[in-house]
Design a protein around this ligand. Structure first.
Ligand code: CA
Length: 232
């Protein structure tokens, strides 16, 4: 299964070599050359398994992009890239929600190792939220809570911890109308920093992962103006 990486980097040469190298390692890479376009891609073209975010970017800085993505509820791991080796930058970056930091120039092997570690950590779904229940099925989806494995048509589907929690919540509340606010409270935990469109973004990702035709969902249904309903 190939992981999707969003590369937000304005240095054309670096973006090109890095993109090639990542593709060579089996990653699917989406590249954006400025902060604003990168942020839009992160919110609308995801889910990505990780984001490589340059610090100094046109239109919007890496710091601002990082801060705003976290405020929007996006929990995709972010590896920040910077030309500056200053402690204050690192501290600010990590405070704003970056998961790791790499100073240019860096060895590509180092970046690949860090990236892999971030993705592995992110995709380790929390076993504490699972019950002792068995395998649940809907459509061509199979959810094995004991093993924490999701399959679509027999193929394993990787979900982030948040998407997995959201999925479990739907599974436990079939055919119920769930408002955005309720989902935010229960799946995210009440957090004023997180906007209610966060739920919409995650729903579109869940559909992208699990629905046969995400444009015409059969299981994760929008109830306009209110929220969502899961139809097994
Ligand atoms: Ca730059």
């Amino acid at each position: 299964m190939s992981h999707r990486i969003l590369l937000i980097e304005d240095e054309a040469g670096l973006a090109l070599t890095l993109g090639d190298r990542l593709a060579g390692e089996g990653y699917r890479v989406t590249h954006r050359a400025d902060g604003r376009a990168g942020e839009q891609a992160a919110l609308r073209e995801g889910p990505f398994d990780a984001i490589l975010l340059d610090l100094m970017l046109p239109a919007k800085s890496g710091f601002e992009v990082c801060r705003d993505l976290r405020a929007a509820g996006l929990d995709t791991p972010i590896l920040m890239l910077t030309a500056r080796d200053q402690l204050t930058d690192k501290v600010v970056g990590l405070k704003l929600g970056a998961d790791d930091y790499l100073t240019k120039p860096f060895e590509t092997a180092e970046l690949l190792a860090r990236l892999e570690a971030l993705i592995r950590r992110y995709q380790r779904v929390p076993t504490t939220t699972t019950t002792t229940g068995t395998v649940q099925r809907f459509g061509d989806i199979e959810v094995d809570r004991r093993q924490v494995v999701i399959r679509k048509d027999g193929a394993v589907v990787a979900l982030s911890a948040r998407l997995y929690q959201l999925l479990l919540y739907f599974l436990d509340h079939p055919n119920e109308l769930l408002t955005r606010e309720h989902l935010l409270d229960t799946v995210w935990g009440f957090d004023a920093e997180v906007a209610s469109r966060t739920v919409d973004v995650h729903l579109s990702w869940l559909r992208g992962k699990l629905e046969t035709d995400p444009q015409r969902p059969r299981h994760f249904i929008t109830v306009y103006g209110i929220g969502y309903k899961f139809i097994p």
